[in-house]
Design a protein around this ligand. Structure first.
Ligand code: ADP
Ligand code: ZN
Length: 522
């Protein structure tokens, strides 16, 4: 057997192992199971590629990323590694050829789509072939509560049942303690050694700001801090992807769209240009990015609120894989909160699903509204303690907390009055018009200028009021009604604010953090 370090030098041309790589590889080479949590860009691939080259037989890599298998195989072939894949994009002849190579012991690595393991024919194939190890990539896909659930991953317990002597290594960049626990349970990895790397990405500067004019804010970010840099801009919908990409192009920025509604050829072409050319800005839905290895992505911008901290961490993690200073920037506003709460309510999922989705969203909102270090909050979510980082917006320009109890009472009592006295419900815009004492047609029509709370909110401006509404929604002191119109209603917790027994602490939006001194990489 060749030594792992020798394979690292000879095949991959690297000087040494990073972090836990060496220990993980020793474990798997020795025939033991491993669960590996490593952030994106941490170097997970070598953890199964090297044992596959060292051990007798073929390393079988189960991956949901069918679209990337060809690229992965090509990249390995360029290093002289004998790799192939089996998935639904191939015709029977192509598959047969790969199966023959496998049986003849001519493959170092075989990438496999998880659904193939459901086929008895595929299982029989692995009974007959020499298998060095099973690697389960993107192992968090086994979690039914996670954001990337793939039902076929549940069937992967077959690996242990059918081939108990073959070592298994499960890898993910996304795992809270709960997800890790689920991976261990569902894949029957109780005997596995767990390797948990630090999830900190010190070269990424985290920033989250209120969304006012998203496109102008994005342009400012690109022009003042990242001119000519490669970046990814995430949007929630296909329509906003198209619109944003067009708008950037119109401003002279080389942007390309990417979403599942585009023709496969266009998608592949745009992805290839992003990888090969310098300074392309990819505007995409979250369909883009998993498994993309582009080291010099200098910024990841979110124009809409991610649904979970896991998603946010994974998406922002695509910035700065080369270790150089990079920006993770998110603009979010009141409408994001209303929309996402509504999407959860209207989803097909059962009560348990909706509860979990709400918890995911609440954690994301807590990250957005924190007055503390974003990194501390983020790492804490993954169960890792840390010190304030000096390289996030709240560290660079600490936001003030202010006592928002009185404005909250004004808003909540307006909602209560409209509900009790007139059986009416409204969205944020109209409620703010009432508080500001505005003279709109709707106000006149509804005679809302006769309400006791009309015009009592002059101490704050429109934007500040929107911030109050957003933060009350985030804190659960206000809720989106289930009528599907995004109207606002009070919650059980609102009562204690209204009767004065609870104070409300809000975050004052600081001046925009831009061009601040960044902490050096490393
Ligand atoms: P992950 O799958 O964890 O996101 P990858 O396996 O794609 O990360 O590795 C990220 C990058 O780091 C790749 O370009 C890879 O070649 C490089 N890399 C991994 N391990 C090492 C190492 N020991 N020395 C140098 N470069 C490494
Ligand atoms: Zn910080």
């Amino acid at each position: 057997m060749p030594a792992p370090l020798e394979v690292l030098h000879r095949v991959f041309g690297y000087a040494g192992f990073r972090g836990d790589q060496g220990a993980i590889i020793d474990r798997v080479v020795g025939g033991g199971d491993a669960v590996v949590l490593m952030p994106t860009g941490g170097g997970k691939s070598l953890c199964y590629q090297i044992p596959a080259l060292v051990r007798q037989g073929t390393g079988v890599v189960i991956s949901p990323l069918i679209a990337l298998m060809q690229d992965q195989v090509d990249a390995l072939a360029a290093l002289g590694v004998r790799a192939a894949f089996l998935n639904s994009t191939q015709n029977p002849d192509e598959r047969r050829l790969v199966e023959q190579e496998l049986l003849a012991g001519e493959l170092d690595l075989l990438y496999l789509a998880p659904e193939r393991l459901k086929l008895e024919s595929a299982r029989e194939l692995f009974d007959r072939a020499p298998i060095a190890l099973f690697a389960i990539d993107e192992a968090h896909c086994v979690s039914q509560w996670g954001h990337d659930f793939r039902p076929d991953y549940l069937g992967l317990s077959v690996l242990h049942e059918r081939w108990p002597t073959v070592p298994r290594i499960a890898l993910t960049a996304t795992a809270t303690a709960a997800t890790r626990h689920e991976i261990v349970e569902r894949l029957e990895l109780q005997g596995a050694q767990q390797f948990v790397s630090s999830f900190d990405r010190p070269n990424i500067q985290y920033r989250i700001e209120p969304k006012n004019q998203p496109l102008a804010q994005l342009l400012q970010l690109i022009r003042t801090e990242h001119p000519g840099d490669a970046g990814i801009v995430y949007c929630l919908s296909r329509a906003s992807v198209e619109k944003t990409a067009d708008a950037l192009v119109a401003e002279g920025i080389p942007a390309l769209p990417y979403h599942a509604g585009l023709d496969a050829g266009v998608r592949a072409r745009n992805q290839a240009r992003f990888l090969r050319e310098d300074g392309i800005v990819m505007v995409a839905t979250i369909a883009f990015g998993m498994g993309i290895d582009k080291p010099d992505v200098r910024f990841v911008a979110h124009l809409d609120l991610p649904k979970s901290v896991e998603g946010y961490y994974q998406e922002t993690g695509r910035a700065g894989r080369d270790g150089l200073p990079s920006t993770a920037w998110l603009a979010y506003g009141l409408q994001d909160v209303v929309q996402q709460r509504r999407m959860i309510q209207e989803s097909e999922g059962d009560a348990a699903y909706k509860r979990r989705a709400s918890q995911h969203l609440d954690a994301m909102l807590a990250l957005c509204e924190t007055v503390e270090c974003r990194r501390v909050q983020l790492l804490n979510y993954f169960g890792q303690a840390s010190e304030p980082c000096g390289n996030c917006d709240t560290c660079l320009a600490p936001p003030e907390a202010w006592d928002g109890t009185v404005p909250a009472q004004k808003l909540l009592s307006t909602i209560v009055r409209l509900q009790r006295e007139r059986n009416q419900r409204f969205g944020a815009g109209h409620l703010i018009d009432i508080l500001l004492g505005r003279d709109t047609e709707r106000i006149r029509q509804q005679r809302h200028d006769e309400l006791r709370t009309y015009g009592i909110g002059g101490e704050l401006g429109e934007q500040e009021w929107r911030g109050v509404v957003r933060q009350l929604l985030a804190q659960g002191l206000l809720a989106v009604n289930t009528d599907g119109y995004g109207t606002l209603v009070i919650t059980e917790a609102s009562a204690s604010v209204l009767d004065g027994s609870r104070t409300v602490s809000l975050r004052r939006e600081p001046e925009r953090v831009a061009k601040q001194k960044k902490r050096s990489a490393g």
